[in-house]
Design a protein around this ligand. Structure first.
Ligand code: FDM
Ligand code: MG
Length: 223
C-alpha cells in the first residue's frame, strides 16, 4: 500500500465553555493548516443552518420549549446529519476541525441534573458517530468566561450550569476512550493565557496527532 494514496484527513474537535475562545481558536487552527498547505474544513455544532439546527436555535433562544430528552436527540440528530459530509471530507484527505461535537452533547445534557437523563442515556445516541482523533477542552473558570463580556441570553449561559459542564469535561479528561490505546476521551488544556499562547499550546497537542494520521498510524476514523 502506498500510504500517500490512502492518506485520510484528521478529525479534531475543540470543546469548551461558552466564551472560552473555542471559535477563535478553531479559526486560528484552521489558518495553520492553510499555511501548511494542508486541506482543512471548519465545522460547528450545533449547525444552526439546517432545519434541525433551526429548531435547536429556537430552543437555545428560549423561543420554544422542549423536553430534555427531545432536545438532546435533536442535538444528536444535528450531528448525524453531518456524518456523511465529515466522512467524505476526511476520506478525501481534508482535516475537519469541529467547534464542539458529541462530548458537548453528552455533557450539557447530563449537566442539567435531570435524574431521568444521566450520562449513559445521553451517550447512547452518539454511539457510531465518527470518533475525533483528538478532543481538546479549553479549560477556564466560569468566573473568567463571565468576565469576558459575559454570556448572552442563551439557554445554559448561567454560572451554575457552566460549573457543572466544566466538572463533567474535567472528569472526561481522566477517562479512557475504552480501547487498547489508553487515549483519554478529552485532553484538558488550561485556556487562561493570551490568544496566541493558547493557540500555540493547542497546536503542540494537535500537530503530532495530525502527523500520526498522515503517517497512516491511526488507521481509519473510529466510531
Ligand atoms: N450544546 C451544544 C448542547 O447542549 N448539546 C450539543 O450537542 C451541542 C453541540 O448548545 F450551550 C450547547 C452548548 C451551548 C449551546 O452552542 C450552543 P454554541 O457553541 O454556543 O453555538
Ligand atoms: Mg454559546
Amino acid at each position: 500500500i502506498d500510504p500517500a494514496e490512502h492518506r485520510r484527513g484528521a478529525f479534531i474537535v475543540l470543546e469548551g465553555l461558552d466564551r472560552s475562545g473555542k471559535s477563535t481558536q478553531a479559526k486560528l487552527m484552521e489558518q495553520r493548516f492553510v499555511e501548511l498547505n494542508k486541506p482543512v474544513k471548519g465545522m460547528r455544532f450545533p449547525d444552526r443552518t439546517t432545519p434541525i439546527g433551526q429548531m435547536i436555535d429556537g430552543y437555545l433562544k428560549s423561543k420554544v420549549e422542549m423536553e430534555d430528552h427531545a432536545i438532546h436527540l435533536l442535538f444528536s440528530a444535528n450531528r448525524w446529519e453531518a456524518v456523511a459530509k465529515i466522512k467524505a471530507l476526511v476520506a478525501q484527505g481534508t482535516t475537519v476541525i469541529a467547534d464542539r461535537f458529541f462530548h458537548s452533547g453528552v455533557v450539557y445534557s447530563a449537566a442539567k441534573g435531570n435524574p431521568a437523563l444521566n450520562y449513559k442515556w445521553a451517550r447512547a445516541p452518539e454511539i457510531g458517530l465518527p470518533r475525533p482523533d483528538m478532543v481538546v477542552f479549553l479549560d477556564l473558570n466560569p468566573e473568567e468566561t463571565a468576565r469576558r463580556g459575559g454570556w448572552g441570553a442563551e439557554k445554559y449561559e448561567n454560572g451554575e450550569m457552566q460549573m457543572r459542564v466544566r466538572q463533567l469535561f474535567r472528569d472526561l479528561g481522566k477517562k479512557d476512550i475504552g480501547d487498547w490505546s489508553g487515549e483519554k476521551e478529552v485532553i484538558v488544556l488550561d485556556a487562561g493565557g493570551g490568544i496566541e499562547e493558547v493557540a500555540e499550546a493547542i497546536w503542540e497537542l494537535v500537530r503530532p496527532r495530525v502527523e500520526a494520521v498522515e503517517r497512516g498510524e491511526r488507521g481509519s476514523l473510529k466510531t
